[in-house]
Design a protein around this ligand. Structure first.
Ligand code: DC
Length: 231
């Protein structure tokens, strides 16, 4: 760490399973460094929601692909929140509805959807000064990223975090149902043929189960700053 520096400003790739804390941690890290934050899970979620709105079946790869080609995605990020706009419309709340996780997992397993999204992600992050978060950033999207982190936590911890998030939004889903959904999704994301979730060999592994958010951000900033890289 870091990999050989190839850009004026680095790419920081963050991967890991659902509920490992990636979204909050990546957003804070990006804001502290003054980098752009790109939540690739939110990008797949937007595609799945839009497809759902247009009545496109998650098995209809041709229509899904042409949908991907005409989308314009913009993020607006602060330390408090990250908002995502699709063709100018704010989709931030819609993409977090519980049913969206399942349909997104199906849509994101399609190879031509992944190809289209990966090339969009490379365009968005290729110049560096970016924190990009997802499942395949350090392995597929930017295997040459200067920094790679893999955030993990036990399925019970991840389930509890999701449960509290939903409860705060007055959505009362039983905890055991959430943990089961997380395990099912992990299984699907890790066993799919195209870009399965796995840690890049050169990624720094952090188990966030017993760590506070700030502690994880601090640990990551230390790893980055230790390299003496000018940010
Ligand atoms: O991180 P998330 O829960 O918002 O991700 C939603 C889904 O998208 C999840 O099932 C995994 C998938 N995903 C992916 O396949 N590749 C990425 N780079 C990001 C997310």
């Amino acid at each position: 760490m870091p990999n050989r520096i190839k850009r004026k400003k680095p790419i920081i790739a963050i991967d890991g399973p659902a509920g490992a804390g990636k979204t909050t941690i990546a957003r804070l890290l990006a804001c502290r460094l003054g980098f752009t934050y790109i939540d690739t899970g939110a990008m797949y979620r937007v595609v799945a929601v839009r497809a759902h709105e247009e009545g496109i079946n998650s098995g209809d790869e041709n229509r899904l692909e042409s949908l991907c080609r005409k989308i314009d995605i913009i993020f607006r990020t602060t330390e408090e929140e990250n908002r995502i706009f699709l063709n100018g419309e704010d989709y931030s709340e819609k993409i977090r509805k519980p049913f969206v996780g399942q349909i997104t997992s199906q849509v994101s397993a399609k190879p031509n959807i992944r190809e289209t999204m990966v090339s969009l992600q490379r365009k968005m992050g290729g110049n560096g000064a970016v924190v990009m978060e997802g499942r395949d950033i350090g392995t597929v999207v930017f295997p040459d990223a200067e920094f790679k982190f893999y955030l993990d936590a036990s399925s019970e911890t991840r389930g509890k975090r999701r449960y509290l998030e939903l409860k705060a939004k007055n959505e009362d889903v039983p905890l055991d149902e959430i943990i089961k959904e997380i395990k099912d999704r992990d299984e699907r994301d890790a066993s799919r043929i195209h870009s399965p979730l796995k840690k890049a060999e050169d990624a720094v592994y952090i188990d966030t189960s017993d760590m506070a958010i700030e502690e994880v951000v601090r640990t990551m900033l230390e790893v980055i700053k230790r390299t003496g890289l000018s940010l």
